[in-house]
Design a protein around this ligand. Structure first.
Ligand SMILES: *Cc1c(COP(=O)(O)O)cnc(C)c1O
Length: 477
């Protein structure tokens, strides 16, 4: 989509105090300096004819077409297509994100065909190439530090391993990730890639990462970068599969709805962006587990933090959905000062409320459902028995929400719903076995995973310990 005068896309913080900056600067800095999140100055818009013309593109070509306007003036469509081609070359399905019918007007979008069998691969594989390109162009080296409760860390280590321009350190809570998740991280043996077991829980890991980013001297010294889901470039590649699924179901002529298992609000926000870009979408369904801060918000207009209760879908065990700030900024008519005030209040009190008119606007596009662990097991069992399809606990929460939205008329029964399947069932095999009596097998490329040799560092949960480890292990200058 050519933009008049060849102007470049500019990014601004949701808190109004940072920007404009270009795509690659937004990519490399991750979090804005005022504590906000970067968003493009305006949403690129595809016409119906533009969307019709996407029919028949390969997945990589579609990725290039959709991401190009966000990188305008810096990376062109042909290069983005080539990067996507490379990023997804190792995926184990020719459709990259295959759409599988479950029953009438209910489809499952399988987002687990990448190397670490969760949807994080779709963004992370692209992100690693985007970092490489940006750093090499400027002859820079970066150190990436991230905390993970499981899926992000394995996808990141797999994507960034062996890249000269980057050293990556992924902190995970020792003994508190699933055996498959742990082995996916610790079996990455490559220069510059480090799985770090921290004696503490996920919050301790995150607190250490925050402390390192707040140590400005250290941050500049090693050129610290973040790859968590608040990085705008993580969201960009996720927009693509919303278009891919809708095109397969007849877009732009036919509207569809999506049901999205949600934790940090990143994946479902990518769906929101697809809508802003012109994709005809009837409804976005937010699917939460028992940590239901979002369904409570959509019921009452009040966002109220509670303590996290561990569930069978641990990647959604989140009380503060960091990417929600981006939707809030949109709902507040892109008023950065107003967004900053609300977020400040939330940080201090654990609570904020929006006006009825704001809530009403949010409800025009979004609905939210919750499902507890008992319901999750029941959904896995029912889907296996009725449709002979094995789904993981996160996907089950999404499939349940899709069925509920059809059943209560929130989405008319003649509108197809696409439920996003965010992880392969073998990644959460214990829960699946509990529901169905059968433990799902890992896909062929991971069949020997649990026999692979492990390498990991062990550190105390303090910024000093992690800082010393990084200084000792990092390459570059
Ligand atoms: C990360 C993750 C989620 C939550 O996605 P968000 O973008 O944080 O909302 C859901 N399911 C699985 C399997 C995940 O790995």
């Amino acid at each position: 989509m050519p933009r008049p005068g060849g102007s470049t896309m500019h990014y601004y913080s949701t808190r109004g105090q940072d920007g404009p900056l270009g795509y690659e600067d937004a990519l490399l800095s991750g979090l804005a300096r005022d504590g906000g999140l970067y968003l493009p100055a305006e949403w690129p818009r595809f016409t119906e004819a533009d969307i019709s013309a996407m029919q028949g593109l390969s997945y990589a070509e579609l990725a290039g077409r959709i991401m190009a306007p966000f990188c305008d003036g810096e990376v062109d469509e042909a290069e983005l297509t080539a990067m996507a081609q490379d990023a997804y070359a190792g995926f184990d399905h020719p459709d990259i994100a295959p759409l599988v019918p479950l029953q009438d007007n209910l489809h499952v979008l399988e987002l687990f065909h990448g190397p670490t069998i969760a949807f994080k691969d779709y963004a992370m594989q692209f992100l690693a190439r985007a970092f490489d390109r940006a750093l090499k162009k400027n002859r820079q080296h970066a150190v990436i530090v991230g905390a993970t409760s499981g899926d992000t860390g394995s996808a990141a280590l797999e994507a960034f391993k062996g890249r000269d321009a980057v050293d990556i350190f992924i902190l995970f809570p020792d003994g508190r990730v699933s055996p498959v998740q742990q082995r996916q991280m610790t079996s990455v043996v490559a220069d510059g890639a480090h799985a770090v077991a921290v004696s503490g829980d996920f919050d301790d890991c995150q607190a250490v990462v925050k402390a390192l980013f707040n140590d400005l001297e250290f941050r500049d010294q090693v050129n610290l970068s973040a790859i968590n889901s608040i990085n705008w470039a993580r969201l960009m590649p996720q927009i693509v599969y919303y278009f891919a699924a809708a095109l397969r179901l007849g877009a732009p002529a036919r509207k569809v709805a999506f049901s999205v298992p949600t934790g940090n609000f990143g994946n479902v926000f990518a769906g929101y962006v697809a809508v802003q870009m012109g994709l005809p979408v009837e409804r976005l369904i937010i699917a939460s587990n028992q940590n239901d801060i979002l369904p409570r918000f959509f019921a009452s207009g009040a966002m109220a933090r509670e303590t996290v209760v561990p569930s069978l879908s641990p990647s959604m065990d989140i009380q503060v959905s960091s990417n929600f700030e981006r939707l809030l900024f949109e709902l507040l008519d892109r008023d950065g000062a107003a967004t900053a005030t609300v977020m400040q209040h939330f940080a201090e009190t654990g609570r904020f409320e929006v006006d009825d008119s704001v809530l009403a606007r949010a409800r025009q596009l979004f609905s939210a459902y919750r499902l507890d662990d008992a319901g999750t097991l029941a959904e896995i069992a029912e889907t296996a028995a009725q449709s002979n399809m094995t789904i993981d606990p996160h996907s089950a929460v999404g499939v349940y929400a899709a069925r509920a939205a059809h059943a209560d008329g929130t989405v008319s029964s003649d509108v197809p719903i696409v439920a996003l399947a965010c992880a392969h069932p073998a990644k959460f095999d214990a829960a699946v076995a509990k529901a169905t009596g059968v433990a799902p097998a890992l896909p062929p490329h991971l069949a020997d995973l649990m026999q692979r040799p492990e390498r990991q560092q062990h550190v105390a949960a303090t910024p000093d310990a992690v800082r010393s480890l990084i200084m000792k292990m990092k390459r570059g200058t």
